[in-house]
Design a protein. Structure first.
Length: 206
């Protein structure tokens, strides 16, 4: 099965890296590739055209993932985003496609990375300096997950990158490192509604 994931961000960015990583863990026999479209307004505008192209070129299933935040001046909420994405899909004659799935992340990708404290504990700890980070229960209700993650990096003084700054959260480098340390059963992350939707979409028959 070939799975295409349409998402925000850029090639090699944190969204693409993390979604591919988790998708391959959930559906190890699938061939998974991400197709980042830039900002959320760009994703919404291109969703129908890109999804149609993927189905035409042999993809069996297409997932569209986006962050609820930031809003980019748009009315608040998942319902508005979904309505606009569905309008884009309808223009491409994909309104009722059985193998097309929409997944909204509350509030943004970093909520997935915050959820399971054991992954952050493993990333931040050193042999001589073990660190324990608590789980973030209901991480999808945190108002600004990225800011909270940045504070954790600052608090624990974690350097990243070829020329790291102490306590600097660099998403493109750090996000996949956290994802790789999420437990095999997905721990607290597996309890988030958006992640459950992601898993169901990958494994659903269509």
């Amino acid at each position: 099965m070939k799975v295409g994931i349409i998402c925000e961000g850029r090639l090699g960015g944190e969204d693409a890296q993390v979604f591919e990583h988790f998708a391959k863990r959930i559906a190890p026999n699938a061939s998974v590739k991400t197709f980042p479209q830039g900002s959320k307004p760009e994703l919404i505008a291109k969703a129908g055209k890109v999804a149609a192209s993927l189905f035409e070129t042999g993809y069996d299933k297409v997932l569209i993932l986006w962050d609820i935040m930031p809003r980019f001046g748009r009315p608040d909420g998942e319902a508005q985003d979904t309505q606009d994405i569905k309008a884009s899909l309808a223009n491409a004659n994909l309104a009722q496609h059985p193998c097309l799935f929409l997944i909204a992340i509350h509030k943004e990708l970093e909520a997935w990375l915050l959820a399971d404290g054991s992954a952050l504990s493993a990333l931040f700890s050193r042999p001589a300096h073990p660190i324990t980070v608590a789980h973030t229960k209901n991480a999808d209700t945190v108002a600004n997950p990225k800011k909270r993650l940045e504070k954790l990096f600052t608090q624990h003084n974690v350097p990243f990158g070829p020329q790291p700054q102490q306590g600097d959260y660099q998403p493109k480098l750090a996000a996949i490192r956290i994802a790789e340390r999420i437990p095999a059963n997905f721990g607290q992350l597996g309890k988030l509604a958006s992640f459950k939707n992601f898993g169901r979409s990958l494994t659903a028959a269509c």
